[in-house]
Design a protein around this ligand. Structure first.
Ligand SMILES: *Cc1c(COP(=O)(O)O)cnc(C)c1O
Length: 357
């Protein structure tokens, strides 16, 4: 990127929230990163500026045709004050894959990582240090051209917002109840399921609300073609420990390629636990349950890292997994992953990236 990052610091810093009142994604830091794209000119004017509302033409294409992609990662600060990112290169690689899928222009991944490090170090004081807390990072790109014509926009805006977030498991890990969704689907092969696009989420909200009303915390998504095969749980990838081996749905074009998913597979393999990526029919999982060999189940994603599944409901069958307790392997994965993220465990796989001034 030929252009220099410019930095304008705020003169009015906000009050920081107490670390026990952070919640998820409701507080935003003092600054944000902004960069513009214009066809013919490319990405230009990268800036760190005071956090503020945007002025966007109401005809901007993002509002009408949903050309919007996003990412999610975290910065972790440990007791020694060290700040780390977890595999940020993977997030910007995936951002480029998502952008390509919506016919949007690629960004320079190396430049974005440097810009992000700079933003995080400007906002270092916003990163909470209590166990389990972190700074959630939300890069996103929107189409800004005012035009009702159905085609790709000629102008875009990329922003990065930062939000201090509380411990996901303030009261210890809690297994969730999952509703296996038979009518709504999240994504279909050839669609946008393997890209992190805003529209995937819009289409999933109703199923989520209906599952809540039935008393479940998350939806388990089945494939859109046969509604037979397991895809994801909520906005997480999903894993099952069956008879000592770990199963996870094989990437098929409609499943989002989670970075936590990949890290989980690599960790399990490094421990000598066999991991099988395959098509998993719900029927076969139910059979494993009835045979008493479904030992653990959990979701993976940046927000919760590892989220144990304690109960599933499928076609009126109730499946209680590991007596609704967090499994031993599930807990070990969580402890190891977060240990690496905070820089308190050895990072044998080179995932942790230190942010230094
Ligand atoms: C972001 C996301 C995930 C998890 O990805 P991570 O990189 O592990 O955070 C899984 N499924 C969906 C649908 C997602 O959007």
């Amino acid at each position: 990127m030929e252009c220099q990052l410019t930095i304008a610091l705020t003169e009015q810093k906000k009050e920081k929230p107490a670390s026990d009142k952070l919640g998820f994604g409701v507080h935003f830091t003092d600054h944000m990163f902004v960069m513009d794209y214009t066809e013919g000119k490319g990405w230009h004017d990268p800036q760190i500026v005071p956090y503020s509302p945007l002025t966007i033409d109401p005809a901007a294409m993002v509002f009408h045709y949903g050309q919007a992609v996003f990412e999610g990662l975290k910065a972790y600060r440990n007791k020694a004050g060290e700040v780390r990112l977890f595999r940020p290169d993977q997030n910007f690689k995936r951002l480029n894959r998502s952008l390509a899928r919506l016919d949007m222009p690629a960004v320079d991944e190396a430049f974005m990582i440097e810009a992000l490090k700079k933003l995080v170090s400007v906002e270092k004081e916003w990163i909470p240090t209590e166990e389990g807390t972190s700074l959630y990072i939300r890069p996103f790109v929107i189409a800004t051209e005012p035009c009702f014509g159905v085609r790709a926009s000629h102008t875009y805006k990329l922003l990065i917002l930062l939000s201090p977030v509380g411990a996901y498991y303030a009261a210890g890990m809690k297994p969730v109840k999952i509703y296996v969704e038979n009518s709504y689907v999240r994504a279909v092969r050839g669609g946008t399921g393997n890209a992190k696009v805003a529209g995937n989420y819009a289409g999933s909200l109703k199923a989520q609300t209906e599952a809540h009303e039935k008393g479940y915390e998350q939806v388990l998504w089945l494939d859109a073609i046969e509604t037979k095969y397991i895809e994801e749980v909520g906005s997480m990838n999903v894993f099952f420990k069956v008879n000592g081996e770990v199963w996870t749905p094989v990437l098929n074009g409609s499943i989002l390629e989670g970075i936590t998913r990949d890290s989980t597979i690599q960790l399990l393999k490094s421990w000598g636990i066999p991991v099988v990526e395959k098509r998993i029919a719900m029927e076969d999982l139910f059979q494993a349950y009835n045979d008493g060999v479904l030992e653990e189940a959990f979701g993976t994603g940046t927000a919760a890292v590892i989220s144990p599944v304690g109960e599933m409901s499928w076609n009126g069958h109730k499946m209680v997994i590991n007596q609704s307790q967090t499994g031993e392997m599930t807990q070990k994965l969580y402890d190891t992953m977060t240990g690496i993220q905070y820089g308190v465990l050895e990072d044998k796989l080179g995932w942790s990236v230190k942010v230094t001034e």
